[in-house]
Write a protein that binds this ligand. Structure first.
Ligand code: GAL
Length: 687
């Protein structure tokens, strides 16, 4: 099987302190474990926990994430006794600790003193405490209190022998990211003053000549609170950027305390890169600030083929980590508790999920949570140790998975081999999601999902990349939806194609600049030259209306969107056969320099996208991979060799070709030439 190395996969050489902090301290192999909330249980239970953790092969647990009220019982009064005993117990049991800073839930006493630190919604409603994540991230009182508890923890546990890493906060950005109170408004204005040299520049960037929105003084500027009708899009886009930055500042504040007082210990926070799970953070910026990129992923249980969304989230996380190993900090052993219908996982599904994350670059698999809660909002959430106890399917699968993860220790630090890049930009997504676009069916996330799935179905392993990133190592770059495109990104793509790359771009891309202002001239202003075409007019389709395209190998079907494309150098490949744009090019290819740039001006169905992608891949010189449907094959390469992961999501046994001989790590058997992967099973060959 051909998996060309498209990127430098040499493991990073451990160098300075920053490089040393790239992996959990003292963890000899992959991480396996989960969130551990012992404060919900009497101490007698802790001994049993540690015994069972050892039985399950647990190597690390995350503790203290929600414990602020128990650690700082009154302002400045601390009770660390229970955490001292817990860390010592875990250490004695050989379990490493990912220690949380508990700053996602301030104690009740804090809110009593600082009700102003509760967040205000866009509609002006102040949210109450009594749940979690009720925080105005611009509140100085919150920032001071968070720094203070972080400092106490760092001083007390910064060199505790059980400490493997620090886990700051929990899932920044959910359940609330923005706060629209007056303190946040003031903070927003300070942020704007740094972004724009003066008010004239801001007025121009925000296009305030429209609807007479001009500002004459900084104090007049407010957050984009609820307005009678559509608000200023550039203001809303800057607000989204400000929100991500404000939260990141709070992360940095805690991280810097930890780096200062607990040197050498990596600091992370758990991301939620799945585009359906957290929308409000620009993870490209966040990925640069954490020592280890960590992610939480939850399947949408009822979604068909949800393992593709899992793979996508894993690839996005690895890409945010710059290709380095990352860590899956949470997923579930079975049902969650917060979906409309919380379906259990099928037998073997949990192992497939965990091992797919590892295949795609995670150096471990952790869960929410170790022991199922008896009370509280999450009592019906699955756990490693379920309410049913150890005589249960989930427990047996947890123990078996622990052994599998244990057998994969040598995979650690190796890098995933990828075939292509998909461009993704949170800022463009935020811009496209604003109101009054040409069709409510324009959906960047759905486009990204569809294009990713098409690549997945062709057995391509993809990285994600920022539009301004160096793309020179990739034979193929896919751009499902990049409505917002900067001049730098536009030049980057042109250079990429001219120097031999193959680019494929989806509709409604390259339309506006960073202020949501339309690029001058015909659409798509940022991509006209590279694509060799103009779009004279958009022609969104009525709901449910399909259209046909004619071209090589038969007709294709599309829906929701079409365009009056005028080729200006590009060669039409498929043409609209009906609909408002009949006779116009629908899919084009532009030969430019040493490369080619494809444009897909409509929303193709699955078969259509596959047909076009097949041609694009051939253009890029990527081989067809004759692998069975729903069998996922990914490679990691490191100092100790190549690891081929094969995950069979189908109900039939599969046989796949192997590029050599090797040891199958989960069964301990030698394999050569071909690899049998049972229905629903996983195999990992060390080649
Ligand atoms: C995560 C969160 C955990 C737990 C879990 C339940 O988003 O970090 O604390 O709530 O969801 O699925």
């Amino acid at each position: 099987m051909d998996h060309p190395l498209t990127r430098d996969t040499t493991p990073a050489v451990a160098a300075g302190p920053a490089e040393r902090r790239r992996r959990p301290v003292g963890l000899p192999a992959l991480a396996y474990g989960g969130d551990y909330n012992p404060e919900q249980w009497p101490e007698e239970v802790w001994e049993e926990d540690v015994r069972l953790m050892r039985e399950a092969g647990v190597t690390m647990v995350s503790v203290g994430i929600f414990s602020w009220a128990l650690l700082e019982t009154a302002p400045g009064e601390y009770d660390f006794g229970w955490l001292d005993r817990l860390l010592d117990l875990l250490h004695a049991g050989g379990i490493r600790v990912d220690l949380g800073t508990p700053t996602v839930v301030p104690p009740a006493w804090f809110y009593r003193r600082h009700p102003e630190a509760l967040p205000v919604t866009r509609e002006g409603v102040r949210l109450e405490a009594g749940s979690r994540g009720a925080i105005c991230h611009s509140s100085p009182a919150y920032q001071d209190a968070a720094a203070a508890i972080t400092e106490q923890l760092a001083r007390r546990y910064g060199d505790h022998p059980a400490l493997a890493m620090w886990h700051v906060h929990n899932e920044y950005g959910v359940p609330v990211s923005a706060c629209y109170c007056d303190t946040s408004a003031e903070h927003f204005r300070r942020w704007l003053r740094r972004r724009y040299t003066d008010l004239d520049e801001l007025n121009e960037a925000w296009g305030t000549a429209f609807w007479g929105q001009r500002y004459g003084a900084w104090e007049e500027i407010r957050p984009p609170r609820l307005t009678p009708t559509a608000g200023n899009p550039a203001q809303q886009l800057d607000w989204a950027r400000f929100t991500s930055d404000a939260l990141l500042d709070n992360f940095r504040r805690e991280r810097d305390v930890l780096h200062r007082l607990s040197p050498g210990i990596p600091v992370t926070t758990n991301f939620m890169t799945a585009l359906s799970q957290c929308e409000s953070l620009d993870y490209w910026a966040w990925g640069r600030e954490v020592d280890i990129v960590a992610n939480d992923h939850y399947l949408v249980a009822e979604a068909p083929r949800n393992h593709i969304n899992l793979a996508m989230s894993a690839d996005l996380t690895r890409s945010v980590a710059g290709g380095r190993p990352w860590l899956l900090l949470e997923h579930s052993t079975g049902a969650v508790n917060w979906q409309p219908r919380n379906l259990p996982k099928q037998p073997g599904e949990m192992a497939r999920n965990s091992l797919t994350h590892i295949a795609r670059g995670s150096d471990g698999a952790m869960f929410f949570q170790w022991r199922a809660s008896r009370y509280g909002a999450e009592k019906f959430h699955s756990a490693m140790l379920p309410h049913a106890g150890t005589d249960s399917r989930i427990w047996r699968e947890v123990v078996a998975l622990g052994a599998s993860v244990g057998a994969l220790g040598s995979v650690r630090d190796s890098r995933v081999v990828s075939d292509a890049a998909v461009l993704w930009d949170w800022q463009s997504w935020w811009a496209q999601k604003l109101e009054w676009r040409p069709s409510v069916e324009l959906d960047a996330r759905a486009q990204a999902d569809a294009w990713y799935a098409a690549a997945w179905d062709r057995h391509l392993t993809v990285d994600f990349a920022h539009p301004e990133a160096d793309l020179s190592g990739y034979p193929l770059v896919l751009v499902p939806a990049l409505y917002l495109m900067t001049g730098a990104a536009s030049r980057n793509l042109r250079r990429y194609v001219e120097t031999g790359g193959t680019l494929a771009v989806g509709h409604f891309s390259g339309i506006v600049d960073e202020h949501d202002t339309v690029h001058p001239g015909p659409y798509p202003g940022a991509l006209r030259d590279v694509l060799g075409l103009t779009v004279e007019e958009f022609a969104p389709l009525p709901a449910g209306r399909g259209i046909r395209l004619t071209g090589p190998g038969g007709d294709l079907t599309a829906a929701s969107w079409s365009e009056f494309v005028v080729a200006r150098g590009a060669d039409p490949q498929w043409t609209y056969a009906d609909g408002p744009t009949a006779g116009h090019p629908a899919v084009t290819r532009h030969a430019l320099g040493g490369g080619s740039a494809w444009y897909v001006s409509t929303r193709l169905d699955e078969a259509g996208l596959d047909a076009v992608l097949g041609r694009v891949c051939a253009d890029a010189g990527l081989p067809e991979r004759a692998l069975p449907r729903d069998v996922e094959v990914v490679e990691r390469v490191g100092e100790l060799g190549r690891y081929l992961f094969a995950v069979n999501h189908s109900g039939t046994d599969a046989r796949i070709p192997l590029p050599g001989d090797g040891m199958e790590l989960l069964t301990g058997l030698l394999v050569g030439g071909v690899l049998d992967v049972p229905a629903g099973g996983v195999r990992v060959v060390h080649l």
